[in-house]
Design a binder for this molecule. Structure first.
Ligand code: HEM
Length: 166
């Protein structure tokens, strides 16, 4: 019996299609809609592009660190669109106790990252689209650990680096 079967190839292709393609394209679609709904944000994005890139060259990956407002707008899009609200199913490999609740091994867990992304302790006025929440007092982009659209821990998104680059 071959080690790598058609079924595995099919599963790998499906993984890459859903995890790798749908996620980034849907995030961008949400961002376009948020820019349409928030013209004042759109103006600032445009102004930053005019200032940092200008109109006589294409944008490159190296420009990313200079585009603070755009990075903040992407971060706010990821928080607001809540793309993977129920995360990916996980199975407990051992019994766990959290705040007095015992969860037995083999239980399927769906940890909702949306509860963090919309928690007003971390994101005041969570239902407002505000890229400024990711800018410090000098207007520089920063990313708090509470922004976790890619999940956290050992099984966090494998494509995070690639997705951020895209
Ligand atoms: C905006 C883009 C993306 C978002 C928001 C996103 C989000 C997520 C989330 C929330 C998980 C589950 C993490 C967990 O279970 O704790 C995940 C898993 C995963 N993602 Fe992504 N993802 C994105 C792009 C990508 C890309 C571009 C790829 C590959 C090219 C990718 C590949 C994967 C894989 C393979 C897993 C499973 C990791 C594992 O179980 O060990 N993702 N992603």
């Amino acid at each position: 019996m071959p080690f790598f079967r058609d079924k595995q190839l099919y599963a790998a292709c499906l993984d890459l299609w859903i995890a790798g393609q749908e996620t980034t394209s849907n995030t961008l679609a949400w961002m376009v809609m948020y820019l349409m709904l928030n013209p004042e944000v759109q103006k600032k994005v445009h102004a930053e592009l005019d200032q940092v890139i200008g109109s006589d060259r294409f944008i490159t990956v190296e420009d990313k660190t200079q585009l603070h407002y755009i990075n903040a707008t992407v971060a706010e899009t990821q928080r607001f669109c809540n793309l993977v609200p129920l995360n990916v199913n996980h199975r407990l490999v051992k019994d766990v106790e959290i705040k007095g609740f015992r969860i037995p091994a083999n239980t399927t867990i769906l940890h909702q990252i949306s509860t963090v992304l919309f928690d007003e302790r971390y994101f005041p006025e969570p239902l407002k689209f505000k890229p400024e929440r990711f800018l410090d007092s000098e207007g520089k982009f920063f990313q708090p650990s509470s922004l976790m659209p890619f999940g956290v821990g050992k099984r966090a998104c494998l494509g995070e680096g690639l997705a951020r680059l895209e």
